[in-house]
Design a protein around this ligand. Sequence first.
Ligand SMILES: *Cc1c(COP(=O)(O)O)cnc(C)c1O
Length: 399
Amino acid sequence: MPYTEDRAAWFEGQGLWQHIPENDWRDWTWQLKNRITTTAQLEQFMTLTPDEKAGCEHANHKLALAITPYFFNLIDRRDPECPIRKQVIPRGGEMIVSAEEQLDSLGEDEHSPVPGLVHRYPDRVLFLVTDRCAAYCRYCTRSRLVSNAQDYNFHPEFEQGLRYIEAHPEIRDVLLSGGDPLLLSDRKIEHLLARLREIKHVEFIRIGSRIPVFLPQRITPELCEIFKKYGPIWMSIHVNHPKECTEELRAACERLSFAGVPLGNQSVLLAGVNDDAEVMKALVHRLLRMRVRPYYLYQMDLITGGAHFKVDVRKGIEIVRALRGHTTGYAVPQYVIDAPGGGGKVPVNPDYVEKITDDEVVFRNYEGHVFRYPLKSTTKRVATDVPAPGHHGVPVIVP
Ligand SMILES: *Cc1c(COP(=O)(O)O)cnc(C)c1O
């Protein structure tokens, strides 16, 4: 069924997999088992461009190829410029390594006290609990360790990570990521959440996951019960383009929301995918309709072989400027650059302030009109009449 503006979401049904029993299609383990993981499989379904063929040949040495049937259906197979296609089908650009790029561009390994735990900010940790995802984003910031294509030898150590968190009372916030934490079994997820909840100083638990987008079938009622039991669990999902806002994603977000999981979205600004104000506006509007609050818009990290996705930061600022004030404040994500080398996330904003002096701030609004806000007070008159008690903010004390 095609998308029309008055629908909240796309619905593709089973697409290319019409012949599969609906029970299988809706089963997340079926989706995982039937992922497209080889060039030959891809070519059964579509004609690859020479650029994509070149990328596919290289992929297994960099970051494995994997696409769930559900997500593959969202690709426009006739259009090499399809924004979904670019996210999951390798292209030749992945082989080009630029001088400024690094395998560990965020310096995460230096900030890892134990394998799989990144402690960069004093009060919170990033806990990488698996190296596997349902499908692989070609611009993955952790491709060095995710999917184990590079012999990085990453073995998530839950126990060591948990013991580190237990021993560090300054950690009040734990972010489960990976890989995709929701690829773990219910039993493992429950174990992790239960252990974290036992740690008194951990007051905030969140999960970063693209499973709702790649594999919405995984968001089962049983999984939602676990989130309810150990809640509040917050979740950041990862949607980049309005086409990803399908009926299945909407329903998965609803199940999560109804289980008390507040949802945010993290998008990566990607060339030819979402580096356009109208695309971004359609995306954030659809996210709000699915109870998802746009959280961050990331400038792409300087990962190796990522230059073909890179967008000029000035373009990113222009996109945010086209949102702020022009649409619902809740719909506007914070644009950030994760500082190369490990400085953490730094906000990048359009500049509305023209001038600040001791006397005033001069700034522009979203329409470009200039306004002034005086900082100095100049006395106009002194009010001499004393207000009666109970008026003008004078409290009445009742004995
Ligand atoms: C992004 C990130 C966090 C979380 O940052 P917030 O701004 O709190 O969402 C924590 N640790 C690391 C290493 C991160 O990269």
